[in-house]
Design a protein around this ligand. Structure first.
Ligand code: HEM
Length: 976
């Protein structure tokens, strides 16, 4: 471990203290209360610092004294395992993780609990900094400049790239400066543009529709199936291929949900109650499709993330891939480590289909990439193949508003008020929410893929489901509610300054009455997009990662931890000022990231004070000099860390979250005894046009209640929905017209060259596994049913992926070294020549689903999480509208207030102190209350809209499944 010298140690420790909020009393509160172990640890400098080179990275493992200081004996015992240490620190779990004989409030202020949380936050920040430093690989030919620098400037601080200029053929080429320096100005920077261009005013193309996906892993580790270099050959031998190991066999053996009311039963009295996800006739409530449930996350949360991904990325263009049809497996399997064909009988037994076919993934560039040499090493300039993102990469609500000309034609504006989206009330007078209406349905003239006919008209209609219908209607209502409120304000104060300005005419005050319907439409879009980003960051994610360190971490990302701590903020400004002079470009970037956690990423740079380099903090005593005429102010808050922003291919992999979906939705009615489940509605009967039908028949608030109360599926093996393994799609050119989406998830990752699980972890700075047994959660008691199931699954992994005789002379990675600094070889620490598990071959999705050991309250695995740490914050850091342009000039005064306070008027505070925090009523709850006021009673006890609505949240991050007061009769609590 590298130790720190005294000065930086103090700064880092301050950062640690501050990140955890221990500064509430004094910035040195944690210091003062250190236990002996902790004091020793700090004085000896046992604090890991940012690695200089890749092989020295922090792998989430700390020395023994540190472990004992932060979590007592329990942590020590778990240190030998590959998983992160921080989840075992004091107070990082539920009430049982709190240090003995300490009060709950300790977790917030001082003592072991504060140590635990602060250290966890410190380690998370360290990981983020190292991820920024080692995991950015852009495919747009900027990588060489990132490595070698340009015109005397170091690569990691470059912030404009020729590759991000508009080409001559672009209609706005001249407007941004043509052949000269390109800068977007005037109308082009006023609102979010349709294609996402000009978000960064000096990099017009960045993040726009059809730009290439980036990578987070070294280019030469991608496409392992192609055996392009010695290292991948050593790592995988000849064991990999597009259909090797067979994806449908993997799906059927490792992904299928086991049913207690089986599909094939000799006992006639035992009816099949799932029927591959189709349930029973008339959606009878007696239907049953078993699934493993996550008790602290609801079905609304599952569909939320599908709704988000439709905004962020799409490999498919208008619902299509390349028009080239390929078989998808169900052809071979390993039997006792030997590959054998799958016979017809065997296919039947497994449930897979050899005749399924799918269109192959689109590839943007497949030619051999160029190379360059630096420091004696040859690097690829891009991955061996690249793919394009066919929507904007920005968090701009493009799924609602459009991402190109064609998709924008699917968005209907209200003919009576052009600022609004067109919504049609269907059941007048039933409730306030109903009056706000529903999206219209596509008309025959609309530019759509025929599969989408009958669906609600919106920009991104692919893979439409009841959940997509839900969120598109909710946020269309929210858009209109904002417009109505703006109009009310206009009626009250027509001559008052709206706060808006036109960058093309920056000195002109725009009064409320001057705002045109088109301008107001765009302002509402900005507000809705920012609200969505806020909901995702501080409400959805804090429930996905339900523990105290992440609660603080995510809130820090958004609002910062220093808003109320000016003294600490000043100290940090000083640190940053000094670091700003540093010549080490990567260091500057790292520290920028770390200290942005002070003021929060959101709003970074939207205030400018004389002589203060750290942007973003609100300082009421100083004059804000932010100026719309100053390009550096408009764009000054963004930081791309030397690599243009787009999502990496690896990000899509960890969002393949299909197991979240149940097969059946437990349907309830808000005005008719919500505790009773009335129907079990198959999700498969509520997709595409049928979603629209179901939405209109049953109504938004009944679906809100139903999905709000039901638990979603746990992200684990053997928990994929039956209906997605047997999905029918008309566009498929095969005899079956069906596809196993779970198997397709593996195929797509292979087509796009995602490294397999173990190298994926090494690339992201996580410890490798050395056998399938490492997946077993050793904290679970031996012989318990949970442990036995995990051990059984490990056997199945071994059966499916096989074993090989290892060769210690073969080096398999350059990302990490063994603890003794020797290269990692094919034997992974086992004796040369021994039979070892093919852990290197495990598909990444399979690997992260197999992580039975999770940090407390994590619905996802640590491998997925580390991908989010990097990309979720980059998505905020890079977006001008979430940083320096989050200003009334763009959002209007009302818009800024709406996003900041979760709606109009004064901030509303939640009752009590959930998990020890007094907090505003959450943003999604406020949206639900505005768009469906009839749910007010149901939502009264709800603190987080993504926690099952009838669950008692208990004292401190409890995951228990027990009813809150008033919901004791809810049927969902009868069957655990
Ligand atoms: C009824 C619900 C759903 C249906 C019918 C559905 C269907 C599909 C299909 C057919 C594909 C494959 C497209 C292809 O590569 O050819 C796909 C991809 C995907 N699905 Fe789903 N899905 C559903 C829900 C979800 C949910 C809840 C998530 C959660 C995040 C999700 C995340 C993804 C992702 C990340 C991809 C890859 C997209 C890309 O490559 O750009 N899906 N889905």
């Amino acid at each position: 471990m590298r130790r720190m010298s005294r000065g930086p140690r103090l700064a880092m420790f301050m950062g640690l203290c501050a990140l955890g909020g221990c500064a509430e009393h004094s910035p040195f509160g944690t210091f003062m209360d250190s236990t002996k172990n902790c004091t020793e640890m700090v004085l000896r400098g046992d604090i890991q610092t940012v690695a200089q080179v890749r092989e020295q990275r922090f792998l989430g493992k700390v020395p023994e004294t540190t472990a004992r200081c932060l979590g007592g004996k329990r942590v020590e015992n778990l240190r030998e395992e590959p998983w992160l240490d921080w989840p075992n620190y004091w107070a990082a779990g539920d009430a049982t993780s709190l240090a003995p004989a300490r009060l709950l409030s300790d977790a917030k202020v001082i003592g072991p609990n504060a140590h635990g949380i602060n250290a966890a936050l410190y380690e998370l920040e360290l990981q983020r900094i190292e991820l920024i430093k080692f995991n950015l690989f852009d495919n747009n030919k900027t990588y060489q400049a990132y490595m070698t620098g340009r015109d005397g400037e170091a690569g990691p601080v470059l912030n404009t790239w020729p590759e991000m200029r508009l080409p001559e053929s672009h209609p706005d080429f001249k407007a941004v400066g043509g052949d000269q320096t390109q800068v977007c100005r005037g109308e082009l920077i006023r609102f979010r543009t349709l294609t996402g261009m000009c978000n960064d005013i000096r990099n017009p193309l960045m993040g726009s529709t059809h730009q290439l996906f980036a990578r987070n892993v070294e280019f030469d580790t991608t496409f392992p199936d192609l055996s392009l270099n010695e290292m991948t050959k050593n790592r995988h031998g000849d064991r990999l291929g597009l259909l090797k190991p067979d994806p449908q066999v993997i799906s059927r053996k490792l992904f299928t949900r086991k049913q207690s009311k089986p599909v094939v039963s000799l006992d006639k009295s035992q009816q099949d109650k799932c029927r591959e996800g189709y349930g029973l006739p008339d959606s009878a409530k007696e239907a049953e499709c078993d699934y493993e449930k996550a008790p602290f996350f609801n079905v609304l949360a599952a569909f939320w993330i599908q709704f988000m991904t439709h905004d962020w990325f799409a490999h498919l263009k208008e619902g299509h891939n390349r028009p080239e049809w390929m078989v998808v497996g169900c052809a071979t399997q390993l039997v006792q480590n030997i590959e054998q064909p799958v016979t017809g009988e065997e296919a039947k037994r497994l449930g897979c289909r050899p005749d399924d076919k799918i269109d192959a993934a689109s590839i943007a560039e497949g030619t051999k990439p160029e190379t360059f040499t630096q420091g004696g090493k040859t690097h690829l300039t891009r991955a061996p193949k690249t793919t394009a993102n066919h929507v904007t990469a920005w968090w701009d609500a493009s799924q609602l508003y459009g991402y190109d000309e064609r998709s924008s034609r699917r968005v209907k504006r209200d003919p009576k008020d052009h600022a609004k989206l067109f919504m049609m009330p269907l059941k007048n007078g039933v409730s306030v929410g109903e009056e706000l209406g529903y999206l219209p349905v596509f008309e025959s003239a609309d530019p759509i893929n025929p599969e989408w006919s009958g669906q609600e008209a919106t920009a991104f209609p692919d893979n439409w489901s009841i959940g997509m219908s839900f969120y598109h209607n909710v946020f269309a209502r929210e858009h209109n509610v904002f417009v109505s409120e703006f109009r009310k304000q206009t009626a009250r104060t027509p001559d008052a300054d709206s706060g808006l300005r036109n960058p093309a005419d920056p000195d002109r005050v725009i009064r409320y009455k001057d705002v045109t319907p088109d301008e107001l439409f765009e302002v509402a879009r900005l507000v809705v997009a920012a609200e969505i980003a806020k909901i995702h960051t501080i409400e959805w994610t804090t429930q996905l990662l339900y523990n105290e360190p992440l609660n603080r971490g995510m809130n820090a990302n958004w609002g910062g931890v220093f808003a109320k701590h000016e003294a600490v903020a000043e100290a940090l400004r000083e640190v940053v000022r000094r670091l700003g002079d540093s010549e080490d470009a990567k260091k500057v970037n790292s520290l920028y990231a770390a200290f942005a956690a002070g003021p929060g990423i959101f709003g970074l740079g939207n205030r400018v004070y004389d002589g203060v380099p750290l942007v973003g903090l609100i300082n009421p005593d100083k004059e804000d000099r932010w100026d719309l005429k100053n390009d550096d102010h408009i764009n000054g808050g963004v930081n791309h860390f030397g690599s243009p922003f787009n999502f990496p291919e690896e990000f899509i992999t960890v969002y393949r979250l299909h197991p979240l979906l149940p097969d059946l939705i437990e349907y309830r009615e808000w005005d008719n005894e919500p505790n009773i489940i009335r129907h079990k509605m198959p999700v498969i009967e509520t997709i595409r046009g049928k979603a629209t039908e179901a939405m209109r028949q049953k109504g938004l608030s009944n679906w809100a209640l139903s999905m709000g109360r039901q638990r979603l599926g746990a992200l684990t093996l053997q928990n994929h929905p039956q209906f997605l393994q047997n999905l029918k799609m008309n566009r498929l050119q095969s005899s079956t017209r069906q596809i196993d989406v779970a198997a397709l998830d593996l195929i797509r990752d292979r087509e796009r060259g995602v490294p397999r699980y173990n190298e994926f972890r090494r690339q992201y700075g996580l410890k490798q596994l050395t056998s399938f047994d490492d997946f077993v959660d050793t904290r679970v008691p031996r012989n318990s049913s949970v442990r036995l199931k995990q051990e059984q699954l490990v056997k199945t992994l071994r059966e499916v992926y096989g074993q090989h005789q290892c060769d210690a002379s073969k080096k398999i990675t350059e990302a990490q070294l063994n603890d003794d600094k020797s290269p990692i070889n094919d034997c992974l620490g086992h004796p040369n020549g021994s039979l070892i598990d093919n852990i290197e071959d495990v598909d990444t999705v399979v690997g992260w689903l197999a992580e039975f050991r999770r940090p407390h309250g994590f619905a996802i695995s640590e491998t997925q999480f580390v991908v989010f740490i990097l990309n979720a914050s980059r998505r905020l850091f890079s977006d001008r509208f979430f940083t320096s342009s989050f200003r009334p000039e763009f959002y209007s005064a009302l818009g800024v207030e709406w996003v900041t306070k979760n709606g109009p008027g004064p901030e509303m505070i939640e009752e009590g102190a959930p998990n020890g925090h007094q907090q505003p009523i959450s943003p999604m709850k406020r949206v639900l209350l505005r768009t469906m006021p009839e749910l007010a009673e149901e939502l009264q006890g709800v603190v987080n809209a993504f926690d099952p609505w009838a669950r008692d949240r208990g004292e401190y991050y409890s995951l228990e499944w027990k009813p809150r007061e008033g919901a004791e009769k809810d049927e969902a609590f009868a069957n655990k």
